[in-house]
Write a protein that binds this ligand. Sequence first.
Ligand code: 6GU
Length: 243
Amino acid sequence: MRIDVITIFPDYLNPLREALLGKAIQRERIAVGVHDLRNWTHDVHRAVDDSPYGGGPGMVMKPDVWGEALDEICGDGTGQVPRLVVPTPAGRPFTQRTAVRWSQEPWLVFACGRYEGIDQRVITDAARRMPVEEVSIGDYVLVGGEVAALTMIEAVVRLLPGVLGNPASAEQDSFSDGLLEGPCYTRPEVWRDQPVPEVLRSGNHAAIARWRRDQSLERTWRRRPELIEALPEGTLDARDREV
Ligand code: 6GU
């Protein structure tokens, strides 16, 4: 998978080179390009923003600079086009389903806006030649799209084959079955007066699976009841309903 990020703060994306993502780059599971939007300015001030039509606070990112940047980065000469992601608190929610869907794509480009946002015509124009999604990572407001892009890239890349040490860990994630994951334990058997739940040491694999499912259901019910309501019909069996 190829991933490009366009931003006025390229250093914000440095964490991409660390840990799991850095390993994925080293192992060539992903290729990452981070591009400074100011490279596409033509004026001495390298301006990327201007005041909003209609008035109001803040600044809007200029369409001409973004237009040239996207023309150059989203055309690779082969006719292939990327999926363009525009992080914005006004976008559709980014979820684990989005991450799974994007993990099948060969090429993602993230256009990170700052200030009040990017002139909407940039998005409309890009959508003439490529799929474009405006997405939000949650109901709160960040200063810019960079941290949101990092979040989404991490969620996508860990799903790629050969990136996680153990592929089963992706399948057992919170959300992969619509429920939150329950608690987990490791040695020692007793720590600060707290024993590990007996069933986990029983060796009874059916009992362990049932206990984990119960823990998942109970935790989801307490913390995220709306997830239980959203489960597809027939997901809960008779035994689940007793929890
Ligand atoms: Cl994707 N961008 C910004 N700037 N703020 C956000 C967001 C994105 N998602 C939630 N808040």
